[in-house]
Design a protein around this ligand. Structure first.
Ligand SMILES: [Fe+2]
Length: 413
């Protein structure tokens, strides 16, 4: 069911029918459509905090199903983050999640969805979620989230690409667990055609093609980098929101280097229920590139080295400070886990494309403000006592359209 025609700054009430009975009314507040603010979160991944003691003090097993204490614990923490973030920012219009809403890859996980969706605030605010690798391999995601303007491209079991417009922004959400970039290109084309004059084009993907976490940023996270970088450039994307690496990073403004590069993809393992985490594959040659070279032959090490060099496919725009004007490059943000269900170490060496990164082992979230002329992002972590502190400076992209006399006049005043 789709509800249309909602007015701005209005309180609505709704009920749903459950087991033949109407529930008590729930409230849904729309915000102003002029000052658009989003809560940006990464990897709540409800159910991943394995190793927690259960009521019988045994360690929680991977597939324990009912009485899944990890799902309960992570749902509690996710609820806490949303309560704190949304109470501090009452004018948030909606939530953007960069994927891995839940944990159990390739298996049923209803207790994880129940715990995720049980968060008090979610009955009253819209959410634009992304398909993460943990969401991708079953149909469950599609049973729990309704996405608008689904293009039928970038499909996995969970669903595929979609897009929407909100205020001055066109938002394109790609399911990068499908490694066919030609399909994502189709989605972007369709999205841009739907709103060619949007002031901002913002993409959300799960895997951090430019991130800084130890577990993914130099391996599977960047597998689509050589293909997506020029695609985002060609389509004048302004910002890319990413997750997957359970660490925080903000890049410098990046562009492609205009050179030819190989095309890579990730594949499933023999069970078909999870990914082959050990290899990247060259799309054209079928070559398997071993990603972890700690126990590799000289040939395998050389192949990974070549893969790394090929992924040095970007240039860094020369900008200073925390405010940039009319950049040609793209900003890539990676969100840490919003629930704190799991964290990763930072990559040993900070990549040259990273401006700021952090891992403080605390749940975090970002607040994005969008106007016709400015994209602003602030990121906070939540301390054990529930207080909130910034983990990065406010970063702003200013855009002034020289053909737009009104904004030029406003600038001059
Ligand atoms: Fe992930």
């Amino acid at each position: 069911m789709t509800v249309t025609g909602l007015k701005e700054s209005t309180k609505y009430y709704y009920t749903v029918q459950k087991d033949g009975k109407q529930t008590d009314p729930a409230e849904f507040d729309t915000q102003s459509f002029d000052t658009v603010k989003m809560l940006f979160v990464g990897d709540p991944q409800v159910g991943t905090s394995k190793g927690q003691p259960t009521s019988s003090s045994e360690e929680l097993a991977e597939d324990s199903g009912e009485a899944n204490t990890a799902a309960e614990n992570d749902g509690f923490a996710w609820n806490r983050t949303l309560n704190i973030a949304l109470d501090q920012n009452k004018d948030i219009n909606y939530i953007i999640s960069a994927g891995d809403q839940v944990n159990n890859t390739g298996n049923p996980k209803e207790e994880e969805f129940a715990s995720y969706l049980n968060a008090e605030k979610l009955s009253g605010i819209a959410e634009a979620t992304t398909i993460g690798n943990h969401d991708s391999l079953t149909k469950d995601y599609g049973y729990h989230f309704f996405n608008p303007n689904q293009t039928g491209k970038g499909q996995t079991e969970a669903g595929g690409d979609y897009y929407y417009s909100y205020g001055p922004g066109l938002f394109i959400v790609l399911n990068t667990n499908n490694y066919n970039v030609a399909e994502h290109a189709e989605t972007i084309k369709e999205a841009v055609a739907s709103n060619p004059d949007a002031k901002w084009r913002i993409v959300t993907i799960h895997q951090d093609i430019y991130g800084s976490g130890l577990d993914h940023s130099n391996t599977d996270g960047m597998i689509l980098r050589t293909q997506l970088t020029p695609l985002f450039d060609e389509n004048d994307i302004d910002v890319v929101l990413q997750g997957h690496d359970h660490t925080y990073s903000r890049t410098k403004m990046l562009e492609g280097d205009g050179q030819e590069h190989g095309k890579y993809e990730f594949r499933l393992d023999d069970t078909g229920k999870d990914y082959d985490w050990d290899h990247a594959y060259n799309v054209d040659t079928d070559e398997a590139i071993k990603l972890d070279t700690s126990d590799a032959t000289d040939d395998e090490k050389a192949a990974k080295e070549k893969f790394d060099q090929d992924n040095s496919c970007y240039t860094i725009e020369d900008v200073d400070g925390n405010s940039v004007n009319n950049p040609t490059g793209i900003l890539y943000m990676t969100a840490n886990s919003a629930s704190g269900s799991k964290y990763y170490e930072l990559a040993e060496t900070q990549q040259d494309y990273v401006e700021v990164r952090s891992q403080n082992w605390l749940p975090s979230y970002s607040v994005i403000s969008l106007s016709d002329s400015a994209f602003t992002i602030d990121t906070y972590q939540i301390k054990d006592d529930g207080s909130v502190e910034a983990i990065d400076d406010t970063f702003t992209i200013n855009k002034t359209d020289s053909s737009d006399e009104t904004s030029a006049v406003t600038e001059a005043q």
